[in-house]
Unconditional design. Structure first.
Length: 337
């Protein structure tokens, strides 16, 4: 999760789990501080990704909320339980094309569905795509207890009765995820001093690319959108976020945390939730909201924000099977090496 559910109905984008972007991570490589790791996770079903889709990392390095570097992943049609992926890198104006453009740096790399990761090196880049153990931890039953009203999920009315809603059970303890891990020299990011990152998933329907999902800050789309607006939000661009979504976010925060409009805008600005892009200054340690590692309880952060710190912490602990070396996410559960 983090973005493993989309809106109140908890359904995947366009009804297709393969198009569901989940978590976005950015941190310094623990083996080389001069390199940066960016991870985009998708598809909790952990089967083949959509062959008509483009999965993309967008990087803004000058603060104008427009893409300056695009890293695109395009997958082949799966055959006999196997799939391959091409990787493209585009810069400048070319990076703002919705298509997979730029230099193809990796061609037909095999996707890993077993325990052994297929790690691909191409010049200064290191890449992996496939099944891994999901590092995201959350208390799903606790979230339901906090927000359910007569069996209907209503993220505008948290139940803050003094009793903690949390069960203490990590619903993701043995979950897997489809992960795309990209590592590159930090110098190539052009951070000045930071970058802002967001993920995009687009799918070709009737010859046209449809923007199906996006990922920036953890769980923003999940909690701040309604069933009526989630499709528009997922298809929209960060450059338009403040103008289009501030009023909706402020309205929600008035219900969840009794924020005044002025308090809500100030909190959104302090936490930099709009535009929905993950900021990362690579000269500083990665800890959300400066990038994101595997140890932060981002659901706790988001719920505390929504309720103005009225909800107690979840009490969950990070997963212990993450790695200190590439591809950093642990061996997928149920897979033998």
């Amino acid at each position: 999760m983090s973005n493993h559910f989309t809106g109140l109905s908890l359904g995947p984008p366009l009804g297709d789990q393969r198009l569901d972007l989940c978590d976005l991570y950015a941190f310094q490589s623990p083996t080389d501080p001069k390199r940066t790791v960016i991870i985009l996770n998708a598809n909790p079903n952990v089967d083949a990704l959509h062959p008509d889709a483009i999965y993309r990392l967008n990087i803004d390095n000058n603060g104008d909320c427009l893409t300056d570097i695009a890293i695109s992943y395009v997958y082949s049609k799966p055959q006999n339980g196997k799939q391959t992926v091409d990787v493209y890198v585009a810069t400048g104006a070319e990076s703002r094309s919705p298509e997979a453009v730029g230099k193809k740096i990796i061609s037909a790399a095999e996707v890993s569905f077993g325990a052994k990761p297929n790690i691909v090196k191409a010049g200064n880049y290191t890449f992996f795509a496939g099944a891994r153990s999901d590092a995201f931890f959350f208390d799903y039953d606790g979230i339901k207890a906090l927000f359910d009203t007569r069996g209907k999920r209503n993220f505008t009315e948290p139940h803050l009765s003094g009793k903690s809603p949390w069960t203490g059970v990590d619903s993701n303890a043995v979950a897997n995820i489809f992960s795309m891990v990209f590592e590159l020299p930090t110098s190539e990011l052009g951070a000045n001093p930071e970058i802002r990152i967001w993920g995009r998933c687009s799918v070709r329907e009737n010859g046209k690319l449809v923007h199906a999902d996006r990922a920036g800050h953890p769980s923003v789309s999940s909690f701040f959108n309604t069933d009526d607006t989630k499709l528009e939000f997922n298809a929209s661009e960060p450059v338009n976020d403040r103008k289009r979504w501030t009023d909706q976010f402020v309205h929600l925060m008035g219900h969840t945390g009794n924020y005044t409009p002025e308090e809500a805008v100030a909190a959104l600005d302090e936490h930099r939730l709009l535009p929905d892009m993950l900021p990362f200054n690579p000269s500083k340690p990665a800890k959300y909201p400066n990038g994101r590692g595997f140890t932060e309880d981002v659901i706790n952060v988001r719920i505390a924000f929504l309720t103005k710190n009225e909800c107690p912490p979840t009490g969950l602990k990070p997963h212990t099977d993450t790695l200190k070396e590439f591809p950093y996410l642990g061996t997928p559960h149920g897979k033998k090496s």
